[in-house]
Design a protein around this ligand. Structure first.
Ligand code: SAH
Length: 545
């Protein structure tokens, strides 16, 4: 379990797992570490991990531990982008799926990558859609590794074969009408000499027939089954992009499914379910019914902020794809050490992010400074999330402005100070200059110590550019995230992609960077962003574009 991390908004950054393991230590409970295999023991090993059908939540605990430990992750299209958010920040991410205008890699080339990476002493995770051993060519990859004497393990995944029907309200077995289910490739070609799929036997078989990779041959499949005696009125469901915001379900019968599917423009990836159970979809269909059902939101920012977005959007039914484009790393300086040793000299501490709070307490611990030495200090926080982080450490915040920006903090808080006050700020590099400026104006001494900085995670560029074309909303939560996003984008955003900003400072930075913002949240938090998206879905937004 992650310890909940909260941060403010207009604030520039969250803690990422930078200096990776180091920073993650601030946020993760012991339970988390028990999941980790020892990466040294995993050297020269490949884990073939099933990533599930698309919903990032349908990943096993073991699969997640593999992703978090890997030196190299080899992945393709069918997996959720959010999963790579879990990778180590120094992990190499290798995309082997289809690229726009280019051929995807051959299986031979993919095998070669796995072999070379493992031989070079790395721990390699091969992430595959669904289950790696169900039509995933995972067996071929395992065989290639075996023939080179390399160690591999298989982490089964939730296969689309039964989970995609489940997301369409179709149980693949049913006591009254299906006591078996059969999973078949539709790729082989019906009636081809080399085809080993016996349609005659399938037509006679009891139970549910589930075809993967069959959409382009749906007509042949349906006709063959009818020809070999399957009733033309047998219910059939086609489920496209199951378990994602783009899920579509079509139910018809064997005689009409191909024509209906063409008319509806059903696309791959799709699962075809033939059998009485398919009709249950009409009654049991459940997915996508919540307020943001069918909406796909790309959450940018640090991994912690995108996780925060996921947490908030999940109950609303949106599909959140997290692509963290920035991360932060602590800056541990002599200046900071000194400031902490001299806490007695200050009367106020100001935090403009949860990140700053976490680094502060971690450094107090490392420098072995007793927390009782700061009983005299008062705390100001830029917003309620920062104040919550402080509270998490047992300190109640003395001041939070009405509106969570540096400007408002300066406006509302500085007037309550008096000439005897001395202020310590622990902030990010490139933080807003407003607070120091205003403190100088009224002659209050302060120390403004840089305790962390952010950097752009360029590894996520490939995914970002692929995924951003298929989302309804993009959320931006800090000026640095906006700049990182713009620097990674290869093309301008499509018109129907709506950028939602966390607050006016971020919106201003977006405008300056040439990123058109559709709407700005009223409350500068992840919840505020979710509220704005909800309002837009209800048609209540007058857009700023
Ligand atoms: N190993 C995968 C299957 C790989 S074959 C698994 O166990 O799920 C690829 C086929 O899987 C696609 O052509 C499609 O038939 C099916 N598929 C995978 N993900 C899907 C999804 N989200 N929605 C519908 N079909 C999907």
């Amino acid at each position: 379990m992650f310890v909940k991390l909260c941060l403010t908004a207009e604030l520039y950054f969250f803690m990422g797992g930078s200096y990776m393991i180091d920073a993650q230590l601030f946020f993760l409970s012991d339970e988390y570490f028990h999941d980790f295999p020892d990466d040294k023991l995993m050297k020269n090993t490949v884990s073939l991990v099933g990533a599930g059908p698309g919903d990032a939540g349908l990943l096993t605990r073991k699969g997640l531990a593999c992703i978090r430990t890997a030196d190299v992750i080899v992945y393709d299209n069918l997996i959720s982008g959010s999963l790579l958010n879990e990778a180590r920040l120094d992990a190499e991410l290798i995309y082997v799926g289809k690229r726009m205008g280019a051929h995807s890699m051959t299986q031979e080339q993919i095998n070669q990558i796995l072999i070379e990476q493992a031989q070079s002493g790395k721990y390699v995770v091969r992430l595959k859609g669904g289950d790696p051993f169900v039509f995933g060519r995972g067996g071929e990859e395992a065989a290639a590794l075996h023939s080179h004497g390399l160690t591999f393990e298989v982490v089964p995944g939730v296969s689309s074969a039964y989970s995609v029907p489940a997301y369409a309200g179709i149980p693949v077995t049913d006591r009254s009408c299906a006591s078996s289910f059969h999973v078949i490739t539709g790729h082989e070609g019906v009636g081809k000499k080399e085809s080993v799929v016996d349609y005659q036997a399938l037509a006679q078989a009891e139970g549910t027939l589930i075809f993967l990779m069959g959409l382009s041959r749906l007509e042949e499949i349906a006709q063959s089954l009818i020809r070999y005696g399957k009733c033309a009125e047998t219910p059939v469901a086609v489920i496209e992009r199951g378990s994602t915001a783009r899920q579509r379900e079509l139910v018809s019968d064997l005689a009409h499914i191909a024509e209906r599917s063409r008319a509806e423009g059903m696309k791959t990836p799709a699962v075809i379910v033939v059998g009485e159970v398919a009709a249950l979809s009409k009654k049991l269909s459940w997915y996508g019914r919540r307020p943001l059902g069918g909406k796909r939101v790309l959450a940018t920012g640090t991994r912690h902020f995108s996780q925060e977005m996921e947490r908030v959007l999940w109950p609303l039914g949106a599909e959140t794809v997290s692509v963290s484009v920035i991360e932060s790393r602590p800056i541990l300086s002599e200046e900071m050490e000194q400031a902490l040793r001299n806490l007695a000299e200050y009367t106020w501490m100001v935090f403009t992010s949860g990140n700053g709070v976490e680094i502060f307490f971690e450094q107090m611990r490392r420098q072995r400074i007793d927390l009782r030495s700061m009983a005299h200090l008062r705390f100001a926080a830029i917003g309620k999330k920062t104040a919550e982080v402080l509270e998490h450490h047992g300190y109640l915040c003395d001041f939070t402005p009405e509106c969570y920006t540096s400007e408002r903090l300066a406006e509302e808080w500085i007037p309550i100070l008096n000439s005897g006050d001395r202020v310590l700020m622990l902030r990010a590099r490139e933080s807003s200059p407003i607070l120091p400026e205003k403190l100088s104006e009224v002659g209050i001494p302060y120390e403004d110590v840089v305790v962390y900085e952010t950097w752009t995670d360029v590894r996520r560029g490939e995914e970002l550019n692929r995924i951003i074309k298929e989302v309804d909303y993009v959320t931006v939560a800090s000026s640095s995230a906006v700049r990182a996003l713009q620097s990674l984008l290869q093309e301008p955003l499509e018109n129907d992609v709506r950028v939602i900003s966390i607050g006016p400072v971020t919106t201003k930075a977006a405008c300056a960077a040439g990123l058109p913002v559709y709407a700005t949240a009223n409350e500068y938090t992840a919840e505020g962003i979710a509220e704005t998206i909800l309002a837009d879905v209800r048609g209540e937004i007058a857009n700023e574009k």
